[in-house]
Design a protein around this ligand. Structure first.
Ligand code: SF4
Ligand code: SF4
Length: 364
């Protein structure tokens, strides 16, 4: 055996020694817990919201619950409009301020921690993930769309986002305020609930199709259609934290790329800049080489892998903590400064909600 071959074998053996024996999927367990806590929070808000709507619809009869402003997290377009209003006027809008606060919170998360909102918090993202896992269990695998289908479909979410940005971009602060003050704007959240309560045949077929496609193709909705995810993906390009691979420590097994739900070639890149990376850390969990893959700030140039990553690699607990800090600190500030609730008299809400079908979009 020549020296070169012996050196190569030695290098491989050295790398194998570094194989981790500890539980590899701890990050995924922590992420699942965070996902389900957020689903539970949304479920709790949803139940409160439905009870409040029913109370208003029945003219003040039934369980008297306050309107949960947190449900406005489901109004990202109102959030975007209100953020523009804030930027133009310097004033927090009076209608749906919580939509704006949550929109900003999710944007800040993306600027710091890639699209972590999508894989750690978004209930639709959680549902998507469980649908493809269910599909994998039923059909044995998920489909990976061929490039000639995948590439033309991927800009769709950016086109949808472009449409909203174009429409909102053309609105002045007065126009935003006028829109929000219309019956439709005031009860946009109730209109959304009613859309699902009285779902039409076409919408039901589309949703069923999306569910089926999500079982076959990983994160079909998120990958191709979600304009919110598209926006957060663009914001995530600024994130200082990225998935980074240490080529020295890497044993070229390719498990990270196989594990990536966004189909990113993690095993061939030094860092993942892609707007599709959701900081789910599935690649890190799948990696069996010590310190080869981390969600971290720029690594140092010299030293052992552990030294190079230093303390700048984020653990899953740290990711969860940063997300929780951003979320709760903004919500608490908004609540304590009186910029959380839409302060509309109960009688007006009762009137609007009981006549929700009459409230049509002002542009129609
Ligand atoms: S892409 Fe959209 S639906 Fe998917 S996880 Fe992100 S925000 Fe949620
Ligand atoms: S690169 Fe890693 S963190 Fe990013 S989406 Fe893929 S598996 Fe998740």
């Amino acid at each position: 055996m020549d020296i070169e071959a012996a050196t190569a074998i030695h290098k491989i053996q050295e790398k194998k020694k570094l194989v981790r024996r500890s539980s590899l999927d701890r990050s995924q367990k922590i992420r699942r817990i965070v996902q389900w806590l957020f689903v539970a929070l949304n479920g709790w808000l949803g139940i409160q919201f439905i009870l409040w709507v029913r109370y208003c619809e029945h003219g003040g009869v039934g369980l008297d619950v306050p309107r949960p402003a947190g449900a406005e997290g489901w109004l990202p377009i109102a959030g975007m409009m209100n953020t523009k209003y804030l930027l133009l006027t310097g004033h927090v809008p009076a209608i749906h301020p919580a939509a704006m606060v949550l929109f900003i919170a999710f944007l800040v998360m993306s600027v710091l921690l890639k699209k972590a909102f999508c894989s750690w918090l978004c209930p639709v993202g959680t549902l998507s993930e469980h649908l493809w896992m269910l599909g994998k269990r039923i059909f044995g695998r998920n489909l990976r769309l061929p490039k000639w289908v995948d590439i033309p479909l991927r800009p769709l979410k950016y086109l949808l986002l472009g449409f909203f940005v174009f429409v909102i971009g053309a609105m002045s602060a007065e126009a935003i305020n006028e829109f929000m003050s219309t019956p439709y704007g005031l009860i946009a959240d109730v209109k959304m609930l009613n859309f699902f309560r009285d779902i039409g045949q076409t919408a039901a077929i589309v949703i069923t199709l999306l569910v089926l496609l999500s079982m076959l193709v990983k994160n079909f909705w998120c990958r191709y259609l979600c304009p919110y995810g598209a926006l957060l993906g663009i914001a995530s390009l600024l994130s200082p934290f990225k998935i980074r691979r240490d080529a020295e420590a890497c044993i070229d097994c390719g498990k990270c790329a196989q594990a990536c739900p966004s189909n990113l070639p993690v095993d061939r890149l030094v860092q993942i800049r892609s707007a599709e990376c959701t900081a789910c850390m599935a690649c890190v969990a799948a990696c069996s080489a010590q310190d080869a893959l981390q969600f971290s700030l720029v690594p140092k140039k010299a030293g052992t892998p552990a030294e190079r990553w230093g303390r700048r690699a984020l653990s899953p607990i740290a990711v969860a903590s940063v997300l929780a800090c951003i979320f709760f600190s903004l919500v608490v500030v908004a609540k304590t400064t009186g910029h959380w609730q839409t302060n509309l008299p109960r009688e007006i809400y009762m009137d609007l909600v009981s006549h929700a079908n009459d409230a049509t979009h002002p542009g129609m």
